[in-house]
Design a protein around this ligand. Sequence first.
Ligand code: PMP
Length: 404
Amino acid sequence: MLNIQEIRKDFPILHRKVNGKALIYFDNAATSQTPQQVIDVIVDYYTNYNANIHRGVHSLSQEATDAYEQARIKIQKHFNAKHSHEIIYTAGTTHGINLVANGFSSLLKKGDEIIVSALEHHSNIVPWQMLCERTGATLKVIPMNEKGELILSEFDGLLNEHTKLVFVNHISNALGTINPIEYIIEKAHKAGAAVLVDGAQSCPHLKPDVQALDVDFYVCSAHKICGPTGVGMLYGKEEWLKKLPPYQGGGEMIAEVSFEKTTYAGLPHKFEAGTPNISGGIAFGAALDYMNNLGFDAIAEYENELLVYATEQLEKIEGVKIYGTAKEKTSVISFNVNDIHPYDIGTILDKMGIAVRTGHHCAQPIMDFYKIPGTIRASFMFYNTKDEIDTFITALKKAVMMLS
Ligand code: PMP
């Protein structure tokens, strides 16, 4: 069992006030908070061994290179990739998706088909639309039902010999639905298509095993997993990463350069042009250490308790409508109250020190499906408590009274 009060001591930000009130941070699906252990790793890097990597013979450079490459191995082990060179450091999920989409430009042609799901974040829609514009491929969408679940029988019908790629998020950021990616991967592979899974929302709540999933590409961002912003990872099966061309050209990604011809470095460096976010990569590894020390089973169990409790409390408030009631979901609750604009409720909650997200959550097609402009989204992490949920419910009732 997690000792939440002890865990909360690790997060300095949880002890600050906002608008004179103790902060209650329920915007974890947008970004998670950072424990002191991870902050210390970043401070240590800049205090003691800040240097460029992979190119210096001097000690600082070697220390930085070692720490950065050790972190890559931590990431590899965490996701159970077969090789560490299958882990590509990126600037985050969006970067990883664009890297793959760009790579497929040279592999697709007119008449090919790409499937995305109705539950996607804009960053898993727009790059594929751009890819379709470049190649003449067609984008198809797995529809969703009222509960916020993908309709798998429709997915089966979309697959055919023209399907080259399937892109789906593991967990929806707007609704919290856990998608049946095992089924999707199996069916897509049978049709001869590759699969990219957007793990931005799953990585904080569960531990994906990329080999067991047999997924071709998996992407995530460190800032959703108690790490810093501006760094993330792309896992790709070796065979796919070898097939894809480099994304950006520059230093670090080359074998030899002359004006006549340049040859590229092997994996993973082929995709890592320029000086990377070195402290970020090292801190990403530290964030995974932190989460693994807590244990993902314990995290999932506790967060589910928070989800069930908050859902019960919210449902008691008259006029509350929760969007996304899938059986399989994580600790994200998207809701509205009567016809009050979500922004107005969010603003009043902020005055009371409570941070929630309001709007379309970069998932406009989902809002269009429900015919609403947006929702209020409360999303929980393992450091949140039932007491915070009680305070949030009281504040929400007050806000509703003021706005009704
Ligand atoms: N996909 C999903 C499901 C997300 O929740 C997010 C972040 N909100 C992203 C992609 C994009 O992540 P990033 O902004 O870190 O690149």
